[in-house]
Ligand binder design. Structure first.
Ligand code: ACO
Length: 324
């Protein structure tokens, strides 16, 4: 017998305001055609005045708990992935914890940028498998609109705001690929690429918040290779062929990256859950937002084999193979 982290609920929360490429083109020198052709993005949600990362994270947490059908009091671990915390400290996770009415248990943030959700899922899975927690909320939440340079057309068209969450519950499994739950996670990082995708400010370096800066072509080149490698690593570790996958749930950065990764894995694009067109890149929120959409509309069903993969600043990258 082994302990498996079963995903028993998922949920999401998006800001009300959706901004189309046409609307962006009125603010910066860009066009709907350019953005759609290069990225597949058509619109993104942008947080309203005063709407914070913790507001979105709390909304996603409530919706995941409702979907799992359990009260917040069962949660003994909250791992929240974000690059855009409400404040430099404390962790945004403790704000969510308090708003859920919890005064016990563990709550902390994980910072791995766009890989944040996969990192947070791996951390929570390890807590559950070691018996340090029984029921976890794993949240990916970001308000990248707050750290964009709205005069830089090479970055501001790419990102959006949002939050997604899953509930993980410790259950017994046989230790085989037929088990439901998280089957494996694989994480990597390589800090030599620090400035390929970074924010040019921070409490220690500049005492400012800073703005997103990116060498888009370098990120693109690395993304397809690293993502297909880490996806293949997950399949090999579990003795699974690409044809056995029901769904690929990739980080939603760019449609061309998703297409390139699916091609390298010999997976038909129809097996990839795609929502980058209406979310843009929501960083740590992108995978749980995509999961929630595909579960809600009935695509992802009980016992489906789901592969998640993500890459982000650092570089960081990772994958998780889950039987739903
Ligand atoms: N609108 C119109 N023109 C633009 C825009 C814009 N928003 N942005 C750049 N351009 C112009 C450039 O100035 C350049 O003009 P020039 O030829 O006159 O110099 C031209 O378009 C081509 O620019 P490139 O940077 O070469 O465009 P490219 O085809 O590489 O596409 C993009 C840029 C979309 C950023 C691409 O490199 C990419 O997708 N990279 C991956 C980045 C990414 O996904 N980052 C997200 C975070 S990382 C992650 O999540 C994996």
């Amino acid at each position: 017998m082994v302990v498996r982290s079963l995903i028993t609920g998922c949920g999401s929360c998006l800001p009300r305001q959706s901004v189309s490429n046409h609307e962006l083109a009125q603010r910066v020198d860009t066009s709907d055609d350019w953005i759609v052709q290069r990225t597949g993005i058509r619109s993104r949600h942008i947080a309203g005045d005063g709407e914070t990362t913790s507001d979105l994270a709390f909304g996603a947490a409530q919706s995941a708990l409702a979907h799992a059908g359990i009260p917040a009091s069962r949660i003994d671990l909250i791992v929240l992935a974000t690059t855009t915390p409400d404040h430099t400290f404390p962790a945004t996770a403790v704000r969510v914890q308090a708003r859920l009415g919890l005064t016990t248990g563990i709550a902390f943030d994980v910072q791995a940028v766009c890989s944040g959700f996969v990192y947070a899922l791996a951390v929570a899975d390890n807590f559950l498998r070691l018996g340090q927690a029984r029921t976890a909320l794993v949240i990916g939440a970001d308000t990248f609109s707050r750290i964009l340079d709205w005069n830089d057309r090479t970055t501001c068209v790419l990102f959006g705001d949002g939050a997604g969450a899953v509930v993980l519950e410790a259950t017994d499994g046989q230790g085989t690929v037929s088990d439901r739950g998280v089957l494996s996670t694989h994480l990597h990082s390589d800090g030599r690429h620090y400035e390929a995708l970074w924010v040019d400010g921070g409490p220690s370096a500049t005492q400012t918040t800073g703005h997103v800066r990116m060498n888009g072509q370098e990120v693109f080149r690395h993304a397809v290779s690293r993502l297909s490698e880490v996806a293949a690593e997950a399949l090999a570790a579990n003795g699974v062929e690409p044809g056995q996958l029901d769904w690929l749930v990739p980080h939603q950065a760019n449609l061309r990256i998703i297409e390139g990764t699916a091609r390298k894995l010999h997976l038909p694009l129809e097996k990839a859950v795609i929502c980058v067109d209406h979310h843009g890149n929501t960083s740590a929120a992108s995978i749980p937002l995509a999961l929630t959409e595909a579960v809600t509309d009935g695509r992802i069903k009980c016992s489906d084999l789901v592969l998640m993969e993500a890459m982000g600043g650092g570089f960081t990258w990772g994958s998780a193979l889950v039987r739903w």
